[in-house]
Design a protein around this ligand. Structure first.
Ligand SMILES: [Zn+2]
Ligand SMILES: [Zn+2]
Length: 338
């Protein structure tokens, strides 16, 4: 094989992408090399592009929605073999020995790695990933469809399945975008009475196609009132990173309901504490998942035919692709094919 590869690097925080020739990385002990088929561009890649996340060194290859085939395995790896179809997400490995790891909570590892942030990610023809950070991808999922499921997918799927929700419960997904359009599909497939909340009237038809039972236009009506008219939400998955939008749905939860925040706004969220006390309600957060959670997400997506809406670009068009994502023009996830 060729000993160099093409990669899109961020030379320094705040600078544009450069597509360069790089040496193909060798997997260290405990690592696996992946020949990248597809890599999603996630909003969190802004942490690499513009800086602002601790521990990112430059130049850095971003990308934490990686799918491809195992191409080489390092020493001491017995869980993967050449040719395996795999994916890597935000959670980029863990130490196995810190206190959260000893309790099996690898996502909260005190020494955890992040794919494409603390080590080079998937905006390249090859990447190396710690063996424990890989998920097996079902053969029937295309690499370009599976890639966004490794961040946007696992975040919404894992948040919903870890919430105290039962089939038939009223569950709203606030925001019909990159995260929300997957959240609606998972909510529907999980058996919830599913409400899509958006400020764009033109999302109604799409949300209904994805499986929403109700559509609330938050630009024209009060979403909290609408949720109360439906009986009060047992859960609201808040995917739009807007503190006003999140605050506006808190009074829509019913008894023991909760707002689960997965889209992080830059500002604090105003919360009506009176309503929380009156309902025993909560506003809580959820952070993605580990590799096994990703694999569960992929397997469930395969089982229930759930896939993201994507736009694909070759690596050479990384700048255009990133612009589509960061300006919120993309419908809905952008995927590179290195
Ligand atoms: Zn992400
Ligand atoms: Zn740890």
């Amino acid at each position: 094989m060729s000993e160099t590869m093409r990669a899109a690097v961020v030379p320094e925080a705040g600078e544009g992408f450069e597509v360069v020739e790089r040496a193909v990385p060798e997997p260290a002990p405990g690592e696996v090399r992946v020949a990248v088929e597809a890599c999603g561009i996630c909003h969190s890649d802004v942490f690499v592009k513009d800086g602002g996340y601790p521990g990112v060194r430059y130049p850095r290859i971003p990308g934490h929605e990686v799918t491809g085939y195992v191409d080489a395995v390092g020493d001491d790896v017995d869980s993967w073999s050449e040719g395996d179809y795999v994916g890597a997400g935000w959670h980029g490995g863990h130490c196995f020995t810190c206190e959260p790891c000893r309790r099996g909570n690898f996502v909260q590892c005190a020494n955890g790695d992040i794919t494409g942030l603390t080590f080079d990610g998937g905006y390249a023809e090859f990447t190396t990933v710690p063996a424990e950070a890989l998920a097996a991808v079902p053969e029937d999922l295309r690499a370009v469809d599976a890639a966004p499921l490794l961040c946007a997918g696992v975040t919404t799927y894992n948040a919903l399945r870890n919430a105290d929700l039962q089939p038939g419960d009223l569950v709203a997904v606030q925001g019909v975008g990159g995260l929300g359009h997957l959240g609606i599909q998972y909510a529907r497939a999980a058996g919830y009475e599913t409400v899509a909340i958006s400020r764009s009237a033109d999302k109604e038809e799409f949300a209904t196609e994805l499986g929403a039972d109700h559509f609330v236009n938050a630009a024209e009506t009060d979403p909290a009132e609408q949720l109360q008219a439906l009986g009060g939400a047992d859960g609201v998955l808040a995917t739009a990173p807007s503190s006003d939008a999140i605050g506006s749905v808190v009074e829509g939860i019913g008894i023991d309901g909760s707002v689960i925040v997965v889209g992080v706004p830059g500002e604090d969220v105003p919360v009506n504490a009176q309503h929380l006390v009156g309902t025993n309600g909560a506003v809580e957060g959820w952070s993605s998942g580990d590799a096994r959670d990703s694999q569960d997400t992929l397997e469930f997506s395969s089982l229930r035919d759930i896939s993201p809406e994507i736009e694909t670009y070759p690596l050479a068009e990384v700048e255009t692709a990133y612009e589509r994502m960061i300006t919120n023009e993309a419908r809905f996830r952008v995927v590179l094919e290195p």
